[in-house]
Design a protein around this ligand. Sequence first.
Ligand code: FMN
Length: 269
Amino acid sequence: MSDTSPQPKGPIGRFLAAPPDSVGKTIFIAVTLCLVASMIVSATSVALRPLQEQNKLKDKQANVLQVAGLYEDGMDVLEGFSVFEPRVVELETGTFTDQFDAATFDDRAAASDPELSVALANDPAGIGRKTKFATVYLLRNEDGSLDKVILPIHGYGLWSTLYGFIALEENGNDIFGLQFYAHGETPGLGAEVDNPRWKSLWSGKKLADDAGDLQITVAKTAPPAGADFHVDALAGATLTSVGVDNLVRFWMGEAGFAPFLENLKSGDI
Ligand SMILES: Cc1cc2nc3c(=O)[nH]c(=O)nc-3n(C[C@H](O)[C@H](O)[C@H](O)COP(=O)(O)O)c2cc1C
């Protein structure tokens, strides 16, 4: 007996009439599933972006508190952070500028903005471009005098750019602490920059000697200037240590915060 049922008309009719395990229907289901899944992932990513930004900011603030020795487990970071006075510094003149809102100025975005940064011909920190403006955090005593200043620093290690802060005493020369909040160095090797024991080596070291020459050095042996200017290199991670040496010397030098630190020392800040 021949099949007398009417043949479906058009591509949609033929598609609907095809068996569920036909090639066409299998591909259709797979593509539909992919599209729906990618839409859910994209929507979730967009919806979570403000939360991610908020967490990033909170993490940065926690790191500023840590490098200043004020962080305590379980503390309200936002409230704790309110003790700092953020100010934007114009690096070339070393003076504060009110051109930007210090509470929201994005140093990392500025570093890649052609208007707000310059390409570096001499680039020991391996950063390519340098922001013209940077946010610093002032910590004041009760009488309003300066207690500490926290400066942002960044530069290339072995595998990654390390982002962190250095905390200086009010004289702009004695180091209180150093801390990185983002990097991609190897756990157990370069990532030992996060080891509290290594970080504690920075406390009490000095940037420059009495003549004002920058002497701070991260190396396996002390520099001629002496132990006051020496932070021991990380064992088994010489290349990351060289990166940290370069970036700290870059940011504390003339191309970085030296003009600002000069103003701080002469009481102009
Ligand atoms: C998989 C792997 C990851 C490494 N990660 C780092 C690192 O993050 N930082 C670093 O300085 N050296 C790292 N090294 C080691 C360097 O290649 C190099 O041996 C080391 O910096 C030399 O340090 P030392 O003179 O103290 O031994 C890594 C090596 C390997 C094989």
